[in-house]
Design a protein. Structure first.
Length: 268
């Protein structure tokens, strides 16, 4: 007598989770709900703040377009771009050797590569505004503090990605150079960097785009740039000036994203 065929079991739509994963998900949901009750915006607060928001928007319109103010704002925008450009370029130049020293399997430091890796992590972990406050306290108010902040921020950002790109680079050209007795520096410039150049360029462009955004905010703590003009406008209740600056920042970010996207597309 032939055995009855058993119909195939339908695959499960949801993946099975372990008890530990389920417990972690429940704990996360509980923490989120508690945090939402503590710091989340309630409908009552949003409703109470809506009239004040509309009043503020009304006082910010129309934006100030007086020639004297636009000229002053233009110089501040130029200073912002200078901070981002100089800080990013210096940071990228420093990130190359830092990434090389921190890269696993490539670093000439061996086990001591954890030292530059920890330094990169420190630069990346501390927020930009904290670095800006540190440099404002040490070198004074102005664009120099902002440039130094962008340098540190770029090293923390690019150093990590450069190190990871070097670790994932094609090993065959490196092994070929080592086989003929090439030094570690020769292997770096002759095999590693050429194979990861598109990644380096993309990361550098992202860093520059990030530097422009950061340099705008750094002025709020006295590190120069258009952000400093924005802080003065709000401190003096010059809301029409503030709206003009906000619109200018918006245009700057859009233009920078457009050009960096075009450059990234060319190098991919």
């Amino acid at each position: 007598m032939a055995e009855a065929s058993v119909p195939p079991r339908a695959p499960s739509r949801l993946p099975s989770i372990s008890p530990v994963t389920f417990t972690l998900l429940v704990a996360f949901a509980a923490v989120f709900l508690v945090s939402l009750g503590e710091v989340g915006p309630s409908p009552e607060r949003l409703a109470a703040g809506a009239p004040r928001m509309m009043d503020l928007v009304g006082r910010m319109l129309p934006p100030n377009v007086e020639p004297a103010f636009l000229q002053r704002m233009g110089w501040r925008i130029l200073e912002t771009l200078q901070i981002a450009l100089v800080g990013t370029v210096i940071g990228v130049v420093i990130s190359l050797p830092m990434g090389w020293l921190a890269a696993r399997g490539i670093s000439p430091l061996g086990a001591f590569r954890q030292l530059p890796r920890a330094l990169i992590s420190l630069f990346r972990t501390v927020p930009d505004l904290v670095w800006a406050l540190i440099f404002v306290s040490t070198v004074g108010l102005g664009a120099v503090a902002g440039t130094m902040t962008i340098v540190v921020d770029t090293v923390g950002f690019c150093g990590r990605f450069f190190a990871e790109a070097m670790e994932e680079a094609d090993k065959k050209p490196q092994e070929a150079l080592r086989a003929i007795g090439a030094s570690q520096v020769s292997v770096l410039f002759g095999a590693t960097l050429p194979s990861i150049m598109p990644t380096l360029i993309n990361s550098s462009l992202f860093a520059f785009e990030k530097g422009v955004r950061s340099s705008v905010v750094l002025g709020l703590v006295g590190a120069g740039g258009i952000g400093q003009e924005l802080k003065v406008a709000f401190d003096l209740f010059q809301y029409r000036n503030a709206s003009a600056i906000i619109l200018a920042i918006f245009v700057i970010v859009l233009v920078m994203e457009y050009f960096t996207d075009r450059l990234r597309a060319r190098f991919q």
